[in-house]
Write a protein that binds this ligand. Structure first.
Ligand code: MG
Length: 254
């Protein structure tokens, strides 16, 4: 009975799913034979593992980097992180220096949220609550209050700093949480020769700022990007002297 029910159902699906072109190509073949032909291109070898979403939509296979304490972080000068976490929110400790993850990462999906202070009196341009995330400690995606705040394009929020401006400015108002979703492909090296550049895709509040953007080289404040041979490396957060906050940061290694 199962087969008798299934075959008419499959026939409906088949006729609905295939284009007129394909129907014309295969319609002279009896249905049962067509179903067998269709099975030939099914692949059952890989069954995707199930990923469920937990609190704050954190995927079950993600590495959480701000889950209650700073144990995933250290000072780039060595020793424990000088930045603290309070109720899941990590805030820059101005003047105490950058922090980085203890873990190293290569290709990854990265998510986090960030927020800048609302008191912006007398602050403008690059001075208005600047921070940044350096992927593999070398490639900065800018974090900055770019809401009604003019600065050079390749320095505003979401810029691949000093290399590529974001396609658009997708800022929520100052003081609101902003989200970054990043897909990163690390550069490949053969000795000191870079055989493939790195690539980054960035969505800011769900809006695409970079789509598989080639990364020319390291982020430099002065001068052109450099090629710097490296392997998997930490994520670094920048202390630019401003109390920028971060939360809900997680990585899925790809
Ligand atoms: Mg910065």
């Amino acid at each position: 009975m199962g087969a008798r029910v299934l075959i008419p159902f499959a026939a409906v699906l088949l006729s609905a799913a295939v284009s007129a072109h394909h129907e014309a190509t295969f319609e002279h073949i009896p249905l049962e034979e067509r179903l067998k032909m269709a099975e030939e291109t099914e692949s059952w070898a890989y069954q995707p593992p199930v990923v469920s979403l937990g609190k704050n939509d954190v995927p079950s296979d993600a590495i959480q980097l701000m889950a209650g304490d700073m144990s995933e972080w250290e000072s780039t000068k060595g020793g424990v992180s000088p930045w603290a976490i309070k109720r899941g929110v990590v805030t820059v400790a101005p003047g105490k220096g950058d922090i980085r993850t203890k873990r190293s990462f290569c290709d990854m999906q990265l998510h986090f949220e960030w927020k800048t202070p609302t008191d912006v009196k007398g602050m403008q341009g690059q001075q208005r609550n600047n921070s940044g995330i350096f992927i593999q400690e070398r490639y900065e995606l800018q974090v900055l209050d770019s809401y009604n705040n003019e600065t050079y394009g390749n320095g505003q929020a979401g810029a691949l700093y000093k290399q590529v401006p974001p396609r658009v400015n997708a800022m929520r108002p100052t003081g609101e949480w902003q989200s970054y979703d990043i897909l990163y492909t690390a550069p490949r090296f053969n000795g000191s020769e870079r055989v493939s550049p790195g690539y980054v895709t960035l969505m800011h509040n769900g809006v695409v700022l970079h789509n598989h953007q080639e990364i020319a080289g390291t982020t430099e404040w002065i001068g052109p990007p450099q090629i710097d041979q490296h392997g998997c490396a930490p994520l670094k957060l920048q202390d630019h002297g401003n109390k920028v906050s971060f939360r809900n940061m997680w990585v899925r290694e790809l």
